[in-house]
Design a protein around this ligand. Sequence first.
Ligand code: FE2
Length: 308
Amino acid sequence: MFAGVEHVGVGVADTEAALAFYGEVGFSEVLFDFTGEIPGSEAFAGSRRRGRVVMLANPHATPVGPGRLKLMQLLDGAGPPPLPAGQGWGELGVSEVCLHVRDVGAVHARLAGLDGARSLMAPLDGAVPPHEVSLDIAYVADPWGGKLELIEWTGLWRSLPGPARAEGVNHVAFGVSELARSRAFYERLGFTEPLFESTEFFEPMASWYTRPRPEQHMLMLMAPQGAGIEPCLLTPLGPDCRGEWGRLGPFELAVGVSNLERALATLAAEGVALVSGPHRVEVGSGEWRYAYIAEPDGNYLSLVEVRY
Ligand SMILES: [Fe+2]
């Protein structure tokens, strides 16, 4: 019923520039391009917001990098709210979107050189506990400051053969306040497969924090399909970096479901509250069907039934 992370919502300040940037990243396929009032936004913003939403797929997505990106530019009021102040990594709120790539070094060099982007972490390799799965990673910031991680799970799935390129979304990272509670919640949404767990501070992130660095407890949970999640608990928690809905940078995640009403009924029976929806938006010849559900820490979380 649940099929992993289908897409990650990324706030941008200029959709045309974002289409150019993320097109260069590899997300060149537009599944829908919608401008209008966004159902469900009133649950977070008080009144319904108007914006442009573009669902992007990477035609080179693979089973280990299957997720999509949903660009969102709020067009009314003061436009997109800013990135949360004081966000290092792992505070409450979405911290990053991670793409699986073939050849982290080459893709990092190319993306960091794109207009408005910059490197946040030079490529490095390592292995993560407890299974010592090897990986290469690097980070870039998109032109609006959103963190984009590039990963190649060399110990898990090297890549299909071919030139250096980014695939789709591998996982999304977000902060939580109680790891056991979040783990139990997301297990009910199908994220049952732990890939790594670490309680070591990840040293290459040290310069991202403008306060004394916190302890980091990171966990990665995969689902049998779709992209995975990387909840993180910081001690101390640090500032609330969920930000306003539709803010710049990766700000929300959407879990794919095969039948939205059935998934909502199942979750309702388990005590998971509906925040908003179900919503149905006509997008060309398809439909964008989704609902927002209550997440233990108030992170922006939706279910989406893909008919676009
Ligand atoms: Fe990550």
